[in-house]
Design a protein around this ligand. Structure first.
Ligand SMILES: [Zn+2]
Length: 513
């Protein structure tokens, strides 16, 4: 993916997180890596390609710490959905996919991310009833074709959503129960075998697209399956990612099943480590955060999804205080409806500020930008390679046009990047020194032809997934009565006073025994 000649980027204004300034600078890129950053007039090889970056703000490519490539074909399909209704809708909005659908769904997400200043992502993709080598290859190829970096993890489980929530099947009529019981996933062993084959036979350059392992949600898996996922990841030196304490209902189910929080349970199973990322963590208590911090683990914070699904506001200040590495993501387009990391940064800042009046506890724009670059890079396993524009880092660079309304006037580089920019100023994007976006569009894409292929997929899936849609309509009410019932049970985390929830926690521990 790298250019063989050197490239010199001249006179761009380089964002500096610490000072909030953006002074003119030159960047010398050799191969796929930044060789040198210096004042304008920096020496470069005579045959270097010259890029004039006058009136351009340069920032490190944003890194999406949590998304779902399969979600892009389902954007806009839902509105008033909780996480539990989204999971109920999964067979309808994500099922019946051909290899072409899997490729396209991932590819349009990659295009959107690139055009909105994001150069790498952590994609938890799903195939029913079991991940396949061909399916994962199609998704990986989509990123390679778009020219983007990705960590691609098949999202796997043994239990369906309906089986995973204690009591939910009992709340259904016999006919409903029969219908959802037909959705069975493959046995854990078949899933592990498919993942093992994928990890062994990985063909792509791991600096561009690398595999990872993602058990979907702890209580959708047996303990043994979770342990084997961790073992598989560690045997192959790849990362681990799972959704933890995203909704309040998930914590209640965890307390009922494990007699402790899901994070405490994952610690017992040996999953926590520097290679481990928690998706969301909205309902972590301070002990959970301490566990993650002690193990050097990461959180992928997805404020847009947390708001859209009504899961609440994650407390990033408390996580940072406990040394949890924090990255920022969009989550899938099936539950946040876009892949805009500028919006995610803005929301991360707003969500932090919406939680109370103590401004010391609010995230600064600098903290948000660092999370969306270096923090996410660490979660993806690219620490010290991605997330900064400095010698030794990969040349993943976004050029913003400063002659757009977002930058008139230009007062503060970091505040405006986080609070004002929305992607409309993206002019050029480089990944590994190669220009993949020019004048705001991904290079070499025939949008008309792509639109026809996407419409063909959409139309075919709408038809093929009619029965799954009918099943969703049939069980929506029972799911949306039972699960909010769980979420209304008393469970309180005192976010601001540093207090605890010992009283209500004890109630669930006792019930579990
Ligand atoms: Zn997710």
């Amino acid at each position: 993916m790298a250019e063989t000649r050197a490239t010199i980027i001249r006179n761009g204004r380089l964002v500096d997180v610490a000072s909030h300034r953006a002074d003119p600078a030159d960047i010398l890129v050799v191969g796929d890596t930044i060789e040198e950053v210096g004042r304008p007039g920096l020496a470069a090889p005579a045959d270097a390609i010259v890029i004039d970056a006058r009136d351009r703000l340069l920032h490190p490519g944003l890194i999406n710490a949590h998304t779902h490539g399969h979600g892009n074909l389902a954007k806009g399909m839902g509105d008033r959905w909780t996480l539990e209704l989204l999971l109920t809708a999964a067979p309808w909005i994500s099922g019946g996919r051909t290899l072409e659908d899997k490729y396209l769904s991932t590819y349009i997400g990659a295009l959107e991310m690139l055009q909105k200043g994001c150069t790498a992502c952590y994609d938890l993709t799903v195939e029913f009833p079991v991940p396949t080598v061909d399916g994962l290859e199609a998704c990986a190829r989509a990123y390679a074709d778009a020219g983007m970096r990705a960590v691609l993890a098949p999202m796997v489980a043994e239990l369906t959503f309906f089986e995973a929530i204690p009591g939910l099947l009992d709340a259904m009529s016999p006919a409903q129960r029969q219908a959802v019981e037909r959705l069975k996933l493959a046995p854990g062993e078949a899933t592990l075998t498919a993942m093992r084959e994928t990890l062994r036979g990985w063909k792509l350059d791991r600096e561009q697209v690398r595999p990872a392992v993602a058990p979907t949600i702890p209580h959708h898996c047996t303990d043994d399956f979770m342990r084997q996922c961790a073992q598989l990841a560690r045997e192959h030196g790849v990362a681990l990612h799972t959704h933890v304490q995203e909704s309040k209902a998930q914590v209640i189910v965890g307390l009922q099943r494990y007699g402790k929080t899901p994070t405490a349970h994952l610690q017992d199973l040996g999953l926590l480590g520097p290679d481990f990322t928690v998706g969301h963590g909205v309902w972590l208590d301070h002990d959970d955060m301490q566990r993650l911090g002690d193990h050097g683990s990461s959180i992928a914070h997805n404020p847009g999804s947390n708001l859209r699904l009504g899961n609440g506001l994650a407390d990033l200040r408390a996580m940072l205080e406990r040394k949890v590495n924090v990255g920022i993501g969009t989550d899938g387009a099936n539950c946040s409806d876009n892949q805009n990391m500028y919006e995610s940064m803005r929301l991360a800042s707003m969500v932090s500020k919406a939680q109370g009046p103590d401004t010391d506890r609010w995230l600064t724009t600098g903290e948000v930008l660092s999370a969306a670059t270096e923090g996410s890079a660490k979660a993806l396993g690219f620490a010290a390679k991605l997330g900064r524009l400095a010698p030794g880092y990969k040349a993943d660079i976004v050029f913003l046009d400063l002659h757009t309304v977002n930058w008139l006037p230009f007062n503060d580089a970091v505040n405006q990047l986080v609070h004002t920019e929305d992607g409309a100023s993206v002019d050029r994007v480089m990944v590994g020194g190669r220009t993949v976006v020019e004048r705001g569009r991904v290079v070499g894409v025939d949008v008309g032809a792509l639109a026809r292929r996407v419409e063909a997929s959409r139309a075919r899936l709408a038809e093929a997934n009619q029965p799954a849609k009918a099943l969703f309509d049939n069980v929506e009410r029972v799911v949306n009565t039972f699960c909010p019932g769980l979420a209304k049970m008393p469970y309180h985390i005192d976010r601001w006073g540093g207090g605890h929830h010992a009283h209500t926690f004890g109630a669930y521990v006792n019930r579990a025994r």
